[in-house]
Ligand binder design. Structure first.
Ligand code: ADP
Length: 485
C-alpha cells in the first residue's frame, strides 16, 4: 500500500510530536521526583529536627519547674511543670505522627518511655516530700538526672537519624537530577536523529519523483522524448507521472508525425520543382520564343526562387535522413585544413564585400582524420557562413585548427552581436527561430546548425557554442583522432 502525501506528512509530524512528547514526559516525571524528595525533606526530616529541639527545651523546662516546685512548694511552678509536660507530650505526638522510618519510631518510643519514667519519678518525689520532708533528695536528683541524660541521648540519636535521612535524600536528588540531565540529553539526541530521519524519509519520497519529473521536463525542452518516469511515489505523484508519461508519448508521436509529414512533403515537392526548374531553363534558352527584358528579369527571379526552394526541400530530406539514421557517409583519411581553405576561398568575395578582417591559425602538422569530405565541407560552410553572415561590416572572423588531447579542435570566432546564454543549446535544434533583431541578416531555414550537429556527431565528435552577448560568438567542434567505428 502506498501512502498519500497527506498521510506521509501526518505520520511524520505525529512521530515527531510523539518523540518530543516522550522526552517532555520523562523530564516532567523526573522533576516530579525531585519535588517529592524536596517536600519530604522539608515536611518530615526538617520538622523532626525542629521538634527534637523543642522536646529538649521542654524536658529541660520540666526539670527546672520540678526543682523550683520541690523547693518552694509554690503551686504556680506545679502548673508550669504540668504545662511543660503537656508541651513535651504534644511535640512527641507530632513527631511520632510524621516519623517515616522504623528507626525514628523506635527512637521516639524510647524517648516516650524515658519521659514516663521521669514523670513517675517526679510524682513520687513530690509525694515523698509531702509525707516526709527528710526524704533522700539526692537519690531522686541522681535518678532524674540519669533519665534526663537518657532522653537527651535518645534525642541526639533521633537528630543523627534525621540528618542521615536528609543526607540520603539529597543524594537521591543529586542522582535523580544527574541521571535526568544525562538521559534528557541522550533522548534529545535520539529525538533529533529520529526527527531528521523521519523528515528525510518523508520528504525524500516526495522530492525524488519531483526531481525525476524536473529532469524529464528539461529533456523534453531539449526535444528528447524517449524513456518514461517509473519511480515508486505517493499516489498523487504517481498520477502526475502517469499523465506526464502519456504527454511525453503523445509529444513523441506528434514529433514523429511532423518529421514524416515534412519528409513526405519534400518528396512530393521535389519532382514538380524539378519540372518548374527545367521549364524556366527552357524558357530562358528561348524555346518559347523571343522575350522582352521585363519577361527575362521575371524569369531570372523565378529561377532564383525555385533554386532556393529546391535547396530547402533537399535540406529537409537530408534532415529526415539524418534523423532516421539513413544518411550514408563516405569516410576517407583526410586533413581538415585544406577543407577550411576551400570554404574560405568560396566565401572570399562575400568576406571582401563586407570588409571583414579574416584571421586564420592553421599552422603545424595535423594528423589525418577519418572524414566524409562533402559532409564536413557542409558543416564548415555552415559555421563559417554564419560567422560571416552575423558579423557586421569591418568586423573580424578568426578561424583556428589545432590538436587538443586525443582530437582536433576547430573553432570559428566572430565579432557579431553574440547569442544569449539561454539559446546556446537551442540554436542546434532544427527550425530554431532566430531572435527578431537578426531578421536584418536575411531569413535562414534554421537547419544549418542542426546539420552541423548531425554531421559532427556522426564523425564521433562534439560541437558547441560559446558567447557573451554583444561580444561575438565562438563555434567549436572537436573530432576524435581514432576512426569512427
Ligand atoms: P539559419 O539558417 O537560420 O542561420 P542556423 O541553424 O545556421 O540557421 O542558425 C540558427 C540560429 O543561430 C540563427 O538564426 C542565429 O540566430 C543563430 N546563430 C548562428 N550562428 C551565429 C553567429 N555566428 N552569431 C550569432 N548568431 C548565430
Amino acid at each position: 500500500m502506498r501512502l498519500t502525501i497527506f498521510a506521509r506528512l501526518t505520520i511524520s509530524f505525529f512521530t515527531i510530536f510523539l518523540i518530543m512528547g516522550t522526552v517532555n514526559a520523562y523530564t516532567v516525571w523526573k522533576l516530579h521526583q525531585v519535588n517529592r524528595e524536596t517536600a519530604q525533606i522539608i515536611s518530615i526530616d526538617q520538622r523532626i529536627l525542629d521538634l527534637k529541639n523543642k522536646l529538649a527545651d521542654s524536658i529541660l523546662s520540666e526539670l527546672a519547674y520540678d526543682k523550683k516546685y520541690i523547693i518552694t512548694k509554690d503551686p504556680v511552678f506545679f502548673d508550669q511543670l504540668a504545662s511543660a509536660e503537656n508541651e513535651f507530650g504534644k511535640h512527641l505526638a507530632e513527631a511520632v505522627s510524621i516519623a517515616d522510618t522504623s528507626a525514628k519510631v523506635e527512637s521516639l518510643g524510647r524517648v516516650r518511655s524515658h519521659h514516663e519514667r521521669y514523670q513517675s519519678l517526679v510524682r513520687e518525689e513530690i509525694e515523698q516530700a509531702k509525707r516526709n520532708p527528710l526524704y533522700i533528695k539526692a537519690q531522686y536528683e541522681k535518678e532524674k538526672g540519669k533519665v534526663i541524660d537518657q532522653i537527651l541521648e535518645e534525642l541526639k540519636v533521633l537528630e543523627t537519624s534525621s540528618q542521615q535521612d536528609i543526607y540520603g535524600r539529597m543524594n537521591t536528588l543529586k542522582d535523580a537530577a544527574g541521571s535526568a540531565g544525562t538521559l534528557a540529553i541522550l533522548m534529545l539526541a535520539i529525538a533529533f536523529v529520529l526527527v531528521i530521519g523521519t523528515s528525510f524519509v518523508s520528504t525524500r519520497s516526495i522530492t525524488k519523483p519531483l526531481a525525476a519529473l524536473m529532469d524529464k521536463t528539461k529533456e523534453i525542452s531539449k526535444g528528447i522524448f524517449e524513456g518514461e518516469i517509473n519511480i515508486p511515489s505517493p499516489p498523487e505523484l504517481s498520477e502526475l507521472t502517469m499523465a506526464f508519461n502519456v504527454m511525453c508519448y503523445k509529444l513523441k508521436r506528434v514529433d514523429t508525425m511532423k518529421s514524416e509529414f515534412l519528409s513526405t512533403m519534400s518528396h512530393e515537392l521535389r519532382t514538380p520543382l524539378a519540372s518548374i526548374k527545367e521549364g524556366i531553363g527552357l524558357l530562358q534558352d528561348g524555346v518559347g520564343g523571343a522575350m522582352t527584358e521585363k519577361q527575362k528579369r521575371l524569369l531570372a527571379i523565378l529561377s532564383e526562387e525555385t533554386h532556393r526552394l529546391i535547396g530547402l526541400v533537399n535540406s529537409l530530406l537530408d534532415v529526415a535522413k539524418m534523423e532516421a539514421g539513413m544518411m550514408r557517409y563516405d569516410f576517407q583519411q583526410e586533413s581538415l585544413p585544406p577543407l577550411i581553405s576551400k570554404v574560405l576561398m568560396e566565401m572570399g568575395p562575400l568576406i571582401e564585400a563586407k570588409k571583414i578582417r579574416l584571421q586564420t591559425d592553421m599552422e603545424g602538422e595535423l594528423p589525418l582524420l577519418s572524414l566524409d569530405r562533402e559532409r564536413m565541407l557542409q558543416a564548415i560552410r555552415n559555421l563559417v557562413g554564419n560567422a560571416v553572415k552575423f558579423t557586421p561590416e569591418q568586423g573580424q572572423v578568426k578561424i583556428s585548427v589545432c590538436r587538443k588531447g586525443e582530437g582536433i579542435e576547430f573553432s570559428v570566432n566572430d565579432t557579431g552581436f553574440g547569442i544569449p546564454k539561454e539559446n546556446l543549446t537551442a540554436i542546434f535544434e532544427k527550425f530554431h527561430q532566430p531572435p527578431v533583431r537578426t531578421s536584418e541578416w536575411g531569413k535562414g531555414t534554421g537547419l544549418g546548425l542542426a546539420f552541423v550537429k548531425y554531421i559532427i556527431t556522426a564523425h564521433g565528435g562534439k560541437v558547441w557554442a560559446e558567447s557573451e552577448p554583444g561580444q561575438g560568438s565562438t563555434f567549436i567542434f572537436v573530432l576524435p583522432l581514432r576512426p569512427v567505428a
